[in-house]
Design a protein around this ligand. Sequence first.
Ligand code: S3P
Length: 207
Amino acid sequence: MPTTAKSRPEELTDTLDLLAAEEPSAALPPELPATLRHIVLTGFMGAGKSTVGRLVADRLGWVFLDLDDHLEARAGLSVPEIFARHGEAHFRRLESSALASALGRPRTVLALGGGTPEVLTNRLLLEQTPGTAVIFLDAPFPTLFDRCVLQEISRPVLADPAAAELRFAARHPLYRRLARHTIGTADATPEETALALIAALAQNRAS
Ligand code: S3P
């Protein structure tokens, strides 16, 4: 017979109450769709893809992978070095190959680069890889730009802010179309965004 609240021994009820009071979602990990293998975060630079991705991976006990880090490790060069020495087109080729490699790993939370969805083959790969849920972390351009200025990350694509804003406008519909869920991050902490993301995926259990 299943244990009910009435028939539970007192110590067990106390333990469950304690766990729930401490951290409800840690005590009861959300049920994600059984077929889910990759949670992929997309959005412009400064969206919080890596910060939120790490939090989500920690909560789920999955592996976190940042596509830029994966690409840099494979190339033996930093992103700015690749742009400076070989140009953006070469960077995009390395990025596509790193994406294919990253999607071979199960139970991974993957933070894309801001420009990854610009490339059609990358979008097709993300759409056609089974068990892949893409989540778009959205915020207005000025918010994203201000966040990037505060970070000590060298981003070649931000060197010309006006050109970056044009890229943002061109990419925005691509991010939206690719994503199963869009989460606004302008007024949310990374922790709040991570919880919203997990809740959104958990609602889709059957998918
Ligand atoms: C880029 C975004 C960067 C990195 C590269 C190009 C882009 O990643 O891939 O500098 O084109 O938007 P983040 O979005 O993680 O900063």
